[in-house]
Design a protein. Structure first.
Length: 274
């Protein structure tokens, strides 16, 4: 797969005598560069989304909590989609709200609607596959390096929402339904997270497929870590969702602030074809 060219407006701007394509690229791509910071913050947002969702649901009226989560998600996505370039704090705020509401969506299907984690995992996996297929048929690429403002960004966030809901259901499936507990689930998803990287480095596995595989697995991995730290059952340490959320939030703010100041995650040059 190869990233396609920028939208027509971006291509026209690239012909300007005042700006080079290298200068314009950071203004076009709406997602961060994939570095070690990306994976650290991704795990922090997934874990924080899990612990925050559970904390809100048990501390206030569950319906009010879900309503607040939905409002926060819509507001954060509107802010992210309205920007013309990537901003670290806006992007990760949107990702965090997706994590919070994605957890709530999966839990509502199980607790309120009585749908098993097996069925919800299969449902969200099928929904994710459909989004990927439609995205590729429309754009002919799934590369994160070609997520520009407009239709591609909408596809990207649809995938992100589906992965978070899928990951929540899959994490609960392994820990509760399969009775592995939280810590064995962490070990399982850590192995699954490492596999695409090893396949890419050692076997030449497709870079785009490796990225999305790892991206999907980070959700159940982060959620299992948060549950293991906060919950008093299924082998958890029982530290409490509130305390876990506070520590994770502080770490998340520190990492995002660092990237906002250094801009080390801004894509600075046109990507090479994969």
């Amino acid at each position: 797969m190869t990233p396609s060219s920028p939208p027509a407006a971006g291509a026209a701007a690239q012909r300007s005598p005042f700006f080079s394509p290298q200068q314009l690229q950071p203004l076009l791509v709406k997602v961060p560069e994939i570095t070690v910071y990306f994976w650290i913050i991704k795990l922090l947002t997934t874990a924080l989304g899990e612990s925050t969702s559970d904390f809100l649901v048990y501390q206030i009226n569950p319906y009010v909590a879900v309503g607040l989560g939905c409002f926060g998600l819509v507001a954060a996505l509107i802010l992210q989609l309205s920007l013309r370039r990537y901003l670290a704090w806006v992007y990760w705020l949107a990702a965090l709200m997706v994590a919070v509401f994605g957890t709530m969506a999966a839990d509502v299907m199980h607790v309120v609607l009585g749908i098993s984690y097996v069925v919800s995992t299969v449902f969200f996996a099928a929904a994710l596959a459909v989004i990927f297929v439609v995205w590729y048929l429309c754009e002919h690429t799934l590369s994160i390096h070609s997520v520009y403002r407009g239709r591609r960004e909408l596809f990207y966030w649809a995938v992100v929402i589906a992965t978070f809901a899928l990951g929540t259901a899959a994490g609960d499936l392994t820990a509760a339904t399969l009775n592995l507990g939280y810590f064995p689930s962490i070990l399982l998803f850590t192995v699954l997270f490492a596999l695409p990287a090893l396949a890419y480095w050692l076997l030449g596995f497709n870079a785009i497929a490796a990225f999305w595989w790892a991206y999907i697995v980070t959700r159940p991995l982060g959620a299992s870590i948060a549950d293991w730290l906060g919950k008093p059952y299924l082998g958890g340490l029982g530290l409490g969702d509130g305390k876990v959320s506070l520590v994770l939030l502080i770490l998340l703010v520190l990492f995002v602030a660092y990237l906002s100041l250094t801009r080390r995650d801004v894509q600075r040059r046109p990507p090479e074809p994969h």
